[in-house]
Design a protein around this ligand. Sequence first.
Ligand code: BGC
Length: 722
Amino acid sequence: MRRRGALAALAAVAAAVAMAAPAQAAGRCGDHPWCDRSKPADVRAGLLLAQMTLDEKIGLMGGDDNGLGDASKSSGAVDGIPRLGVPPLYVNDGPSGIRQGIGETARPATALPSGLALGASFDPQLAARYARVIAAEARRRGHDVVLGPMVNLIRDPRAGRNFESFGEDPQLLGDMGVAWIRALQKAGVIADVKHYLANSQETDRFTVDEIIDERTLREIYLPHFEAAVRRGRVGTVMTAYNKVNGDYMGASRPLVRDTLMDAFGFDGFVLSDFFANGDTVGSALAGQSLALPVPAYFAPNLVRDAVDSGRVPAATIDDLVRRYLRVLFRFGVFDRAAFPRNARIPVKRHGRVAREVEARSIVLLRNRRALLPLRPRRLGSVAVIGKPAAEYQRANMMSSGGVRPFYSVTVLRGIRRAARGRFAVRYDDGSDLERAARVARRADVAIVAGAPSVSSGEFEDRPCLGLDCPAAAPHQDRLIRAIAGANSRTVVVLQSPGPVTMPWLRRVPAVVEAWWPGEEGGNAVADVLFGRVNPSGRLPVTYPRSLADVPARTPQQFPGVNGRALYSEGVLVGYRWYDRRGIRPLFPFGFGLSYTSFHYRDLAVRARPAGGGRVRVSLRVANVGPRKGAEVVQVYLGLPRPAPGVVQPPKALKRFKRVVIPSGRSRDLSFVLNDRDFSYWDSDTHHWRVAPGCYRLMVGSSSRDIRLRTMLARRGAGCARP
Ligand code: BGC
């Protein structure tokens, strides 16, 4: 009691001191007028800018250190200006955890599941938890900016960096990205949404010119960046290496200055991808503030010449630097001490988040005769087959999306732990098919792990979608067939950066996709296999039957010919393409099974009779199966064709929600759609437009499992209900 009283007195004194202190007391700013925290960020930036020399301004336009290979540094750094109290800024990778250094000398951090795994959760709240782990570790390692999230839409299943992205749909990318950004920034770390724009392949990554029409840009490649700006209020945007329609993204005035800034209202700053191409005048005029990790085309003499010769107005430099300073003020970088470089990371606590994210991301693709979940008490022995079961599956450490984990739990280890001595676990690496089949035959259940044999990452698109490339020597496919032939209770566990083909699918009763699962992967896989977790992950990307079916089928489209990639599939990317062309995918977008089942009913739509404004969609979902589970309810719209030449996909995702429902219970859900949801981009008027006509509203459990539907008239059209 006495102790509590003393503490209270101390706190009161501290509060009084804090109140009496001048606004500019703490932090690294000093007592300049711009150090007054009570002033808005923009005002403070203006006061500071007025005191800066041209050379000082130009000095902030280029990075001062390439820290990529060094485990003790940040990926990039911009020096401060001590005379004016401008602090240095440290930027660091990456989107699935902190990557400092390259290869096995890198500094360990919590390795979260890949971005695509997170996308498969269809759960923005989980994206926020994921980002909070990254923010906490950034703050303990001295990084002010994290180079993520990566929201490039998956255009082709072969693209090397698909694993970093949240999927193939702009709405999913936007909702996940916004939650991620808000959480990271709320924790005081500045996000950097990347790569603006259409960084869809690794072949010719530094130079490829992507030819994309205006409507496709607006409807498919831009909306999630727009969401990051408008709803996420992201602090920084990274421009991509590639060109779009002839301009390097780091010098694209139409897409950066006119679209990102003027149309979307982005008031943060734009930084370049590392060593990306750009040019002094073009990049400055386009709106790029910072070239990383070295100044390159923003070298002081080059920028000064451009200003002196009048090719870049001094006012443009002011705008670029003001943006930079404003972000630093907005996030309090001037007003706090530098983040520590070596603070202790709560490894266990963060590992628990990694496990939970992964458990919610695993997609149950097939489960014949309810083979899963396995019941440990009824098992005598389990055979675990295949090298990928005993190896940690992840991005290589040359990729900025790679993380050197604090520790890693392989699938084999996860299963052994789950066994806790209750059943025997026998492992065979699968190199000899007959021997592996013998091991499988003797076990009650065979679990085969598969993973693409080729790597996928920066510079590396996958040459094929099989587990083995070249497809001529498909060892893993043969192994899976052999095991399925030897044991009718065979489960395939895939750990892949994205879609793979499954020529053996019909012979195997159960398949799960675990993605690149992060450091806790094996535990999460065991959680799902043994039923501690009821799977609820959904495919954020279509799994095609073969490469012949994908939207970018010709070399002109992917990866391009003579350095040009034609986005001639237009708005028909991902499931939009498969739906329009009537192609049956191996597994559709939004698909994933559960150990329980759900029933949808009572769809109701409330719209104003005039057909403008918001529409409320409501329904009831019941869990009619044996156990508690989570359902991802998906709302799609099919827009009418506004004019003969305007192709519309049969459906586009507009809203989704992951809901947990106990067995025998139901939940009422409602979604609000707005005018933008009903709009297409009219390239003649350069505006969003709602066409008069009938809109098909569909609510389902996947893009190919629509449970409820109705028709909706807009803009004065009449239409019959189905
Ligand atoms: C990648 C970026 C990354 C940067 C720094 C580039 O190669 O494209 O995503 O943030 O390197 O590592």
